[in-house]
Design a protein around this ligand. Sequence first.
Ligand SMILES: [Zn+2]
Length: 291
Amino acid sequence: MSFQFNEHLIPLNKGHAVGPGWTSATGHRPRGVTWHWTALRSLNDCRGILGGYATITSKVSSHYCVGQAYTDGVDRYVSLENRSWHAGIGQKIRWDGKASTNKTKGTRACIGIETCNVGYERPGHPAGGDWIEAVNTDSKWIMKIEPWPEEQFNMMVAVGKEIIDRWPHIEWRDHHGHHDICPGYKQDVAGFPFARLLRGIYGDPNIPDIWSPFWMPKARQRALIALGYDLGPTQDDGDFGNLSSRALLAFQKDNDSYVIPHWTTFTCDKIFHRLTDEGLDPITVSQTPLN
Ligand SMILES: [Zn+2]
């Protein structure tokens, strides 16, 4: 692996998107890691938007931005001692799945990592054959998402390792996507290779894949049905309608979760472990058709 960290630290000046130090609300340390996609492929373009050109003042930043290839490398915009402004409006949930407050929102509590990735298929960005199908947190909008290339993936692992070298209290469960803290407002990072990435960062092949089994609405419905929730006669038809939504809200209420009609990383974690507690294999349950 041969790539560079590009030093583009944003100055701690008024008008620049950096907050000095971690606050007392989080024990003067970051509590989680928020992964993003930039919706752009070019690291150079991202550097402009994220304030990495020191002369640019901006309302957004991130700690890192990971290019797609080793020739691009990884940009550093904000040191791990300071806060980057990587998650703005629409925040409802914090790093541990509980309700977010102004003092514990992502920008104040989490390290932000942007990955150069165009996100979902849309005009101007046609999907390739290897794009990933995953549904939005609302379980209604199935997107096709650009995969993260191998070189980029390896650089993401290196970034993750640098973070836990500095802040070893951050565990695999403290990683999430922008869409997990802003469900319904953000789509990044649906289809993200969380399990493989975290296994790489933590050197632990036993980290469970709680995410990809539930990338499709049918799988989500099957999990809820397996846990005894009534989705009506249409069962796992893939149309995540009122009964499915009501079942999800009931599941969240029953499991001491933030109640919101969105399926997040925190839902994945709870439902994966509830299924396991019941002696069920989450992968078999999610992949076995009922209809
Ligand atoms: Zn984002």
